[in-house]
Design a binder for this molecule. Structure first.
Ligand code: FES
Length: 165
C-alpha cells in the first residue's frame, strides 16, 4: 500500500501502464510517470513494469539507472539540489550547500527519515548565468545568496505543513 494515497502499488502502476497502452517502446515515459507517483522507482514497481511490458528486468533496471532523473532510492517531498558546477562553485555554492546541510540537518545525498527532505549536490544544471543555483522540486532558483536560503527552507516547511493538513 502507498501510505499517501492508500492505493495498492499494483493499481497505481497499472494506471500508468494503461495510460501508455502497455507499450514497451514507451518505457522511459512509463518510468517517469511511475516516479511521479512515488517520487522514486520502487523495486516492486519496476518488477510490475517488467512483467506487464514483457521486458526483462535487467533492461528496465538499465534504463532506470541510465537516466539521472530517475532515483531508485526514496526521496523527500521537498528536494533541494545545489548546483556544484564550476560557475556556481566560484560564486559560493559550497557555502549554500553547507548552510542547507545545517538547516535541514542532512548530509548531501541523503533523505530525512520522515521522507520530508532530500538534499543533493548536482553537476551543472544548465543555468550558469543564474549562479549560484539551487533547484527546489525541479524549479530552478537563481542568484541564491546565503541570506536567501532561509526563505527557501521556510517556503519548503510551509508547503510540507500544508501537505500534512
Ligand atoms: S554551473 Fe551551476 S548552472 Fe551551470
Amino acid at each position: 500500500m502507498n501510505a499517501e494515497t492508500g492505493n495498492c502499488m499494483c493499481e497505481q502502476v497499472d494506471e500508468v501502464l494503461d495510460r501508455y497502452d502497455r507499450d514497451a517502446g514507451l518505457l522511459v515515459s512509463i518510468l517517469q510517470d511511475v516516479q511521479e507517483v512515488y517520487r522514486y522507482l520502487p523495486r516492486e514497481a519496476l518488477e510490475k513494469v517488467s512483467e506487464a511490458l514483457n521486458v526483462p528486468m535487467a533492461q528496465v533496471y538499465a534504463v532506470a539507472t541510465f537516466f539521472k532523473a530517475f532515483s531508485l532510492e526514496p526521496r523527500g517531498k521537498q528536494v533541494f539540489q545545489v548546483c556544484m558546477g564550476t560557475a556556481c562553485h566560484v560564486r559560493g555554492a559550497q557555502l549554500i550547500l553547507d548552510k542547507l546541510e545545517r538547516d535541514l540537518e542532512l548530509a548531501p545525498g541523503t533523505t530525512s527519515e520522515d521522507l520530508d527532505y532530500t538534499l543533493e549536490s548536482v553537476n551543472c544544471v544548465g543555468a550558469c548565468a543564474l549562479g549560484p543555483v539551487v533547484v527546489v522540486n525541479d524549479e530552478v532558483k537563481g542568484h541564491i545568496k546565503l541570506d536567501k536560503v532561509d526563505g527557501l527552507v521556510e517556503k519548503a516547511r510551509k508547503c510540507l505543513s500544508e501537505l500534512n493538513q
